[in-house]
Design a protein around this ligand. Sequence first.
Ligand SMILES: NC(=O)c1ccc[n+]([C@@H]2O[C@H](COP(=O)([O-])OP(=O)(O)OC[C@H]3O[C@@H](n4cnc5c(N)ncnc54)[C@H](OP(=O)(O)O)[C@@H]3O)[C@@H](O)[C@H]2O)c1
Length: 403
Amino acid sequence: MSVCNFTRSGLRSATRAARMELKAPARSMSLLSQRTPRSAAPQRRAAPAAVRSMQTLDFAGSPEKVYERVDWPLEKLQDYFKNDTFALLGYGSQGHGQGLNLRDNGMNVIVGVRKDGESWRQAVGDGWVPGKNLFTVEEAATKGTILMNLLSDAAQTATWPELKKYVTKGKTLYFSHGFSIVYKDQTNVIPPSDVDVILCAPKGSGRTVRTLFKEGRGINSSVAVFQDVSGQALERAIAMGIAIGSGYLYETTFQKEVYSDLYGERGCLMGGIQGMFKAQYDVLRANGHSPSEAFNETCEEALESLYPLVAQNGMDYMYKACSTTARRGALDWAPEFEKACRPVFERLYKSVKDGEETRRALGFGNRPTYREDYDKETDAIADQEMWRVGHVVRSLRPHRSQE
Ligand SMILES: NC(=O)c1ccc[n+]([C@@H]2O[C@H](COP(=O)([O-])OP(=O)(O)OC[C@H]3O[C@@H](n4cnc5c(N)ncnc54)[C@H](OP(=O)(O)O)[C@@H]3O)[C@@H](O)[C@H]2O)c1
């Protein structure tokens, strides 16, 4: 299928409409009400290309609050957290991204991981110094005022009986997922009643959290409050969201965050996409198409050409940017796929809601061999013909050969 040139006029109107403020937002929180004039905002280390304020946006008829980083210039952020020690417990994908961003933003941050484990090694590689800002989980939890539980979700369950001793009055308990709190019947993670419990969940991998920050951009994240003892929990969650490198934040609840997150990653974000790609590729191969043709018509064109158009301007734009032949077929077949997929998505949502997904995740994640076991399964994907072909196709991309 070929992609032709297409004029963009008129296609940005929906975006513009969504950005119109419904009304001036009520600002009840102390720091949010002291808005810094744009001109006076100190420059960040990596200044964003465009900054915007907190506002209520019209999401296709539903008003929702969005918090943006213009309200949190770096100086104000540093002042706000000047008496805090961020204890980053865990140094996986999120620990790495959030930790390095916090450090670059001038926050007082320490890392807590298993001594001499893989994460310890990686943290040392990233410049964290044992005894100075790299400790065991227990030591870091003792020193921190904000305990950022970024251990794997399974490890959060396994370590809670020990960790909860350090979650003492006045501290803030922070998560990047609603998992441990919402599925407390499985995890037994029940925080004491005298601490704020907040969440900031970046909508992407920790690697992206880091990359976008370094580019002066910022990932979108959701924020939520589970327990507000200080009366400042939402404000702290928003400030933390900005401090870890978010560009803007949506408000949600722990439950909504975890349901939508587990559902999304099993569906269109990861599981669904692998399943769709594989099914399409296999049918092409069964009908005599070469591996390169099957891969190009399934994955390469999607990822390199069409999905970026959807990302920039929406599905309608991508449809219009393609040939009329392609458009006819896509318009006709989209409802077929929707009909076929809908029952799978219904089953998936139910499985998330009734706790089956978390049971499986905990069962696997708590195995002592969890890394090797997961590697075996992802290695099996790498070994599928489709992705072995992908390896060759990617090496042909002109910009690759210039690297
Ligand atoms: N990754 C994402 O894209 C993403 C996005 C948004 C939110 N989140 C959430 O962010 C949190 C962290 O996820 P992640 O992907 O960054 O990390 P992860 O890869 O799931 O977890 C890795 C960390 O957990 C530690 N760990 C595992 N088992 C342990 C145990 N029994 N005792 C002590 N430490 C243990 C590992 O240390 P060792 O190296 O020593 O094993 C490592 O530091 C989760 O709540 C996740 O749901 C993740």
